[in-house]
Ligand binder design. Structure first.
Ligand code: PMP
Length: 410
């Protein structure tokens, strides 16, 4: 094991947790289940270092998560056999929903087959009822939020990204007696910046608005027991609905909302993307439950992720490489040109065995192309150093403007 990881484990965390982390890494390697940070190139006997996986904490390779899935497969097989209302509900689904409600301190939670359908399905219902609801949506909200709001037919007001003064202006201009819903993310998926949640909660209170927060890039990674950014700030109870995914920090697949029982029941009853589709396999629910429970009791992965993200931030600042945010683990290096961005991604792969995807329009506006870099808990210090060195070399070779040489578009 790398010295950095070993000394971190020995110095900072309890012995049994250090042991479990060590075993996790070693078992992953020995079994040929490569830790998430590496993968095999097709047909080539060398490894690729992966820098764009959303399995930020390595939970897709976690021993307990894998064991829970295997045990559930032995008992229940690999499929659920139906939609939640017609044969597709198993005790693993119900236990997971109870666990997620408890994690977020909400009355109830509801599982969907993905984070996409959780947003689309629940917002179609929540924004569409009552019919005169006006929705206030951050300009950078994810496609799944945009689609849910579109399908709801609700009137929509878009506030400038993370601009609470603009949000308040729009709230003040809306009819005082119409129901209002504010929708925002906590950690934004592409830029990695974090919403001013307390200020959003303040204006929501002032104008009597319901709030819906997408914590997809935060659950598992931030807050006590991995409950997210609102929980980290001690204000989870100020948001009506928390939405999350099981596919990033928790390492499996699926999405959910957690909130007041009456709202969750309305979504359960009317959401077409909940009702009219086959539910998650029980084994996925069992693995997800194991993952959520594991991350509620272990801080190791969160600490390692934060260390690696911090080291990467420092090295990129030293290398004068521009990136959009220092607030979260998502590091979006700003390239600002379509061809150069693709070329940088290609050269990283061909020359350095590093896989990081270029993000081009329409995922970001044209001219704001980025390399979206995702450090993880299972990268080692040498991986981070190699990555930063490779990126610096390409920045020079491709004449990409440095941080000190350009104005920021965002
Ligand atoms: N919300 C946000 C902010 C996302 O970034 C994503 C996916 N990247 C989703 C929702 C959808 O989640 P899932 O991948 O679980 O469908």
């Amino acid at each position: 094991m790398h010295a950095h990881l070993a000394s971190y484990l020995d110095g900072n965390i309890a012995g049994d947790l250090a042991q479990s982390k060590r075993e996790f890494l070693e078992i992953g390697r020995r079994s040929g289940n490569y830790p998430m940070a590496t993968a095999r190139r097709d047909g080539v006997d060398s490894e690729v270092s992966v820098w764009c996986s959303n399995d930020y904490l390595g939970m897709g390779q976690n021993r307990q998560t894998i064991a829970a899935m295997q045990a559930a497969i032995d008992t229940h097989g690999v499929g659920s056999g139906g939609s939640r209302n017609i044969g597709g509900t198993n005790h693993h689904h119900v236990s997971l929903e109870n666990e997620l409600a408890d994690l977020h301190g909400k009355e109830a939670a509801l599982l969907f087959t993905s984070g996409y359908t959780a947003n689309e399905g629940s917002l179609t219902v929540l924004a569409g009822t009552p019919k005169d609801t006006v929705v206030f949506s951050d300009a950078k909200n994810h496609a799944s939020i945009i689609d849910g709001l579109r399908h709801s037919g609700a009137q929509k007001r878009i506030f400038r990204h993370n601009d609470v003064a603009h949000l308040e202006e729009l709230l003040a201009a809306a009819p005082a007696d119409c129901p209002k819903l504010i929708v925002a993310e906590s950690v934004y998926s592409m830029s990695g910046d974090i919403a001013p949640l307390a200020e959003i909660a303040d204006v929501a209170d002032k104008y009597g608005a319901t709030t819906f927060i997408d914590e997809v890039h935060a659950v598992g990674m931030y807050g006590p027991q991995g409950a997210g950014i609102a929980a980290r700030e001690g204000i989870a109870d100020r948001f009506t609905v928390v939405m999350g995914t099981l596919a990033k920090g928790f390492g499996t697949v699926g999405g959910y909302i957690a909130g007041p029982a009456a709202l969750v029941d309305a979504v359960r009853t009317y959401s077409r993307s909940f009702v009219f589709t086959t539910s998650l396999p029980p084994a996925v629910a069992a693995a997800s439950l194991a993952s959520v429970q594991y991350l509620r009791s272990s801080d190791v992965e969160r600490k390692l992720l934060s260390e690696n993200a911090g080291l990467l931030h420092r090295l990129l600042i030293e290398a004068d490489i521009p990136f959009l945010s220092t607030e979260s683990h998502i590091v979006s290096a700003f390239v600002g040109d379509d061809d150069t961005c693709k070329r940088a991604s290609q050269l990283l792969f061909e020359r350095h065995g590093i896989y990081v995807q270029s993000i081009n329009a329409p995922s970001v506006p044209a001219g704001e192309e980025i390399l979206r870099i995702a450090p993880s808990a299972v990268h080692e210090q040498s991986d981070v150093e190699n990555f930063a060195r490779a990126l610096q070399g390409l920045w020079e070779e491709l004449h990409i403007p440095t941080a000190s040489a350009r104005d920021w578009p965002i």
